[in-house]
Design a protein around this ligand. Structure first.
Ligand code: NAP
Length: 304
């Protein structure tokens, strides 16, 4: 088994792993979502949380909005921290690790959400056997409806995984996977919201074509995806069986499905996931290798 769900209730951050200091490094879109989730679930007292960003005005905004300590000094932020959440862009991770390698506590747990940055890469950059958990979230985390995959590095313990699970379950649904699946997960659930928005938009265009007001059409389309998704997760039924429930013999839906088959929707979506996963793999390879300037120019970032 490579995939399982860890009970988020199994660990109480306040009682079982009382955190003296939580540092959120790179509190941008994702980092702020995490901050908000962690503070909203009261997993850690506000006074124990510190966040860093690159620019002072953003730090001031975070300090004012959340009442936490926020600044631009990563070394100060990680000093004494027992949990460090790294939410930096992938290309900023190496510089951060080099900057703080002497200040990080050996006992600290590092959770990195940076796409395409492996636990082995982080372990190699640090002068001790760092406990690292890698997370791959997606944008619905911002409204606590995210999908987050977690994988542990070679020195992280099952308890570390439970801590990561507790933190990320404040942002959505979590699964624990073998790290080898992270590229596929990037192509599916991390990039996936973009595919789904395209589908929502296209269905809504269908409604508009038939004369429905655009706002109504978008609402109908988005709620249809939300409801259908919830039915898959709650019923545990195979999607094909749920599709059959909608498809009355000689009814309307089968005509619509025929159009989808002719347009190659399935194959297109399968190829989209595969292509995005391939790109994620390329980015991992370029992170891990010493790059030539030309390769660096073409390395890009994974924008999940
Ligand atoms: N967004 C998502 O839903 C999502 C999903 C999966 C994975 N991820 C991963 O999460 C990471 C962050 O993505 P994002 O969308 O949140 O990006 P983002 O909004 O650009 O956030 C990056 C943050 O890092 C800060 N920063 C830059 N250099 C720094 C440094 N040296 N020290 C401390 N902070 C620094 C920036 O500060 P300033 O704001 O002051 O410039 C910014 O707030 C990426 O690796 C991405 O692959 C994101």
């Amino acid at each position: 088994m490579t995939t399982k769900t860890v009970s988020s209730k199994s660990i109480d951050l306040k009682k079982d792993v009382p955190l003296k200091k939580l540092a959120v490094i790179g509190a941008g879109k994702l980092g702020e979502g995490l901050l908000s989730g962690v503070l909203g679930s009261q997993l850690v007292p506000i006074s124990h949380v510190v966040a860093t960003v690159a620019h002072e005005p953003r730090a001031d905004y975070l300090a004012e909005k959340y009442g936490i300590r926020a600044g631009t000094d990563n070394r100060e932020a990680v000093t004494g921290a027992d949990l460090v959440l790294v939410c930096l862009k992938p290309q900023q991770v190496r510089g951060f690790l080099q900057e703080v390698r002497k200040d990080l506590r050996k006992e600290a747990l590092l959770i990195s959400a940076a796409a395409s940055v492996t636990t082995a890469f982080i372990e190699r950059e640090l002068p001790f056997s760092a406990r690292v958990v890698r997370a791959m979230p997606n944008t619905p985390c911002l409204i606590r409806q995210g999908m987050i995959a977690l994988a542990r590095g070679q020195y992280a313990t099952p308890a570390d995984l439970s801590v990561a699970n507790r933190v990320f379950s404040s942002m959505g649904r979590t699964v624990v996977v073998d790290e080898k699946h992270m590229d596929a997960i990037t192509g599916l659930s991390a990039s996936g919201p973009a595919y789904v928005y395209t589908i929502i938009e296209s269905l809504a265009e269908g409604g508009v074509k038939l004369g429905l007001p655009r706002e109504l059409s978008t609402e109908l389309s988005a709620q249809t995806l939300l409801g259908a998704s919830a039915l898959v997760l709650q019923s545990g039924e195979h999607p094909a069986k749920l599709k059959d429930m909608v498809t009355t013999p000689a009814g309307c839906t089968i005509d619509g499905l025929l159009e989808l088959e002719e347009g190659g929707l399935r194959v297109t979506l399968i190829k989209a996931v595969v292509r995005a996963a391939e790109r994620a793999r390329q980015l991992v390879e370029s992170q891990n290798s010493k790059q030539s300037p030309a390769a660096k120019q073409n390395s890009g970032t994974c924008d999940e």
